[in-house]
Design a protein around this ligand. Structure first.
Ligand code: NDP
Length: 311
């Protein structure tokens, strides 16, 4: 165990929810410890411009915002380790958190591990991951300069990826399985009106095609009648949503069927003293601002729980 010390609160995960929880917990003099993950900062590290977080009239880059949130929380005393949590044990107080084989004890936990991209899992996908198929335009878009790219999905992520990729691609084809789009009107319009973007509805990728250089195209199927067609592309970006990162909880905290952590009382989970905030619980809003707000709520709930139950 790390020095026999029992922490007040360990925060697991470092997106806007985690850093805001850290900021509030630090300012409440709880000396919070955060395990930020090897890739700290969460999904916004992969986002180009954030235009809808209040207070940034010109927008701000995702990584830049996460660096600022971290600095702000650290200024008040949040201790951050860029390491992954392997598992937790909430069977007795204080709770245990294992990181690189080392046990850390804490009276409370705030889980802010967020979510990760879902893959399509069409035929041939595994072989082409990283050879043409990606889930992150900001990370990989620049590899496809003057090439033809497809983007799959009908939500805001797909619109954002498609629009962003026009910076590099000669053409972007947006593939969606039906004709109704989940995307907000402003983001749909931006993509639909872009001269480099073509939108194809009622299409599902059933198979990825490749040649010696990597991805070369895909077979698209119309879900209404099963008719297929071939599209050529050297890059493909899958933007069909995310799933929560909760496998390290090993069923100790109640989740829904999709793995999202369930709040029982305010931000507290099924285990007393274990709180959760951000995309790991949120199936509805999933915004940076709502995650930050929930991180604040979790830290306040955590502080009150410690007062009532421990101190
Ligand atoms: P969404 O759940 O909103 O959309 C997922 C899309 O993928 C849907 O159109 C869905 O189709 C499609 N899809 C799901 N599974 C499959 C599949 N197996 N095959 C083909 N298509 C599939 O996810 P997003 O990641 O787009 O957005 C998540 C949240 O993040 C939203 O709240 C969004 O507003 C927010 N967001 C905000 C941004 C911003 O404001 N800058 C940027 C990006 C995201 P169907 O419609 O048929 O279900």
């Amino acid at each position: 165990m790390s020095g026999g010390e029992v922490h007040n609160v360990i925060i697991i995960g470092s997106g806007p929810a985690g850093y805001t929880a850290g900021l509030y917990a630090a300012r409440a003099m709880l000396s919070p410890l955060m395990f930020a993950g090897y890739m700290s900062g969460g999904q916004l590290m992969l986002t180009s411009d954030i235009e809808n977080f209040p207070g940034y009239p010109q927008g701000i880059g995702g990584p830049e915002m996460m660096i600022q949130l971290r600095e702000q929380a650290e200024r008040f005393g949040l201790k951050v380790h860029d390491k992954n949590v392997e598992r937790i044990d909430t069977s007795s107080q204080p709770y245990s958190v294992w990181v690189e084989g080392e046990e850390h004890k804490s009276h409370t936990l705030i889980i802010c591990t967020g979510a990760e991209a879902i893959w399509l899992n069409a035929e041939g996908e595994a072989e082409q991951k990283g050879r043409g198929i990606s889930t992150c335009a900001t990370c990989d878009g620049a590899f496809f300069r003057d090439e033809e790219i497809i983007v799959i999905g009908g939500g805001d992520s797909a619109m954002e990826e498609a629009t962003f990729l026009t910076r590099f691609a000669s053409k972007v084809t947006l593939i969606h399985r039906r004709e109704v789009f989940k995307a907000s009107k402003v983001m749909y319009d931006r993509a639909a009106n872009h001269p480099k973007i073509e939108i194809k509805t009622f299409r599902q990728v059933t198979k990825w095609l490749s040649d010696e250089k990597g991805l070369s195209g895909a077979i698209l199927e119309d879900p209404r009648d099963g008719k297929t067609e071939e599209i050529s592309c050297t890059g493909a970006f899958i933007a069909i949503g995310h799933k929560p990162i909760t496998n390290f909880l090993e069923n100790q905290i109640e989740t829904d069927d999709s793995g999202y952590v369930i709040h029982k009382e305010h931000t507290m989970t099924s285990v007393p003293g274990v709180f959760a905030a951000g995309d790991v619980v949120d199936t509805r809003y999933r915004q940076a601002i709502t995650a930050a707000g929930m991180g604040c709520q979790a830290a306040i709930d955590c502080e009150r729980w410690l007062e009532d139950n421990i101190h």
